[in-house]
Ligand binder design. Structure first.
Ligand code: IPE
Ligand code: IPE
Ligand code: MG
Length: 257
């Protein structure tokens, strides 16, 4: 099992191209409403934006792309929209997984699967198994995912596996049980659609991510929009708690070596 530097335990390596981008793909409904179309038309167009983003991130050398597709709170939506979204998820998995596999992309799904029907669970497992040997981009889809659910499920799993840690466990004990144990923490978080909130996405993992918010609606989020987000990321000074002066000093030190 791979272990990555925790941003709160140590200073992670940084690079000009983010190694991990996590996106809240918001604004599908508003995109449709602007065109007098039903909300589901926005979700369909959203899938096209996903396809472009996967291609683009792979090309740029991003190692992990994590997309929020359905939150643990999205069950509160009208049942016909929920049913449509579940069907769309199934369809996209069936239709796209071969292409992902041909492109050396590894697919992973995170979230609580207990509310999915058996067919969807089987399709998820088959897609993950087919692509598990791939070494290119890892595409993670968060479906019925909630940041609080993640921390709670990790605690329960850790308690079962290591009961002796009860009452004295530390960050590094919990980390292997979190949903994204296999990836470094997101360098860049993007939310489209204008809202400035996390909406229970990767609460633990976003501790030191750079946050980027854009009014662009998800179906309109294209390569140029991604470039803007990455450019903004490249201008950030990632201090991880240190002072600016310390950063400059450590950079000088490393270039002298
Ligand atoms: C995001 O778009 C997709 C999902 C949450 C499934 P929305 O459906 O939230 O679109 P808006 O926010 O209503 O425009
Ligand atoms: C967040 O979007 C979840 C996904 C994009 C899957 P929402 O549209 O559900 O978020 P809120 O309700 O505006 O916070
Ligand atoms: Mg929304």
């Amino acid at each position: 099992m791979a272990f990555f530097t925790s941003s709160t335990q140590d200073i992670p390596d940084t690079a000009s191209i983010p190694r991990h981008i996590a996106i809240i793909m918001d604004g599908n409904g508003r995109w449709a409403r602007k065109r007098f179309l039903p909300r589901i038309a926005g979700h369909k167009r959203g899938v096209e934006a996903v396809r472009d983003m996967v291609k683009q991130c792979d090309k740029l050398g991003v190692k992990h792309l994590t997309l929020f597709a359905f939150s643990s709170e999205n069950w509160r939506r009208p049942s016909d929209e929920v049913t449509f979204l579940m069907g769309l998820f199934m369809q996209v998995l069936q239709r796209e997984v071969t292409k992902l596999h041909q492109n050396n992309i590894r697919l992973r799904i995170i979230g609580d699967r207990t509310r999915f029907d058996a067919n969807l669970c089987a399709q998820i497992e088959a897609s993950e198994t087919l692509t598990q040997v791939n070494t290119g981009l890892t595409l993670t889809i968060a479906a019925n995912y909630g940041g609080r659910w993640d921390v709670i499920q990790a605690m329960n799993a850790m308690q079962l596996a290591k009961p002796e840690l009860l009452g004295k466990f530390e960050e590094q004990d919990l980390a292997p049980f979190l949903s994204m144990y296999y990836a470094p923490e997101p360098d860049l978080f993007i939310r489209t659609g204008g809202e400035k909130r996390i909406s229970n996405f990767l609460l633990w993992q976003l501790a030191y991510s750079e946050l980027y918010f854009t009014d662009t609606l998800w179906p309109d989020f294209n390569d140029a929009e991604l470039q803007l987000a990455i450019q903004s990321y490249q201008q950030r000074e990632r201090r991880f708690g240190r002072t600016s002066e310390q950063l400059t000093a450590s950079e000088q030190h490393s270039t002298q070596k």
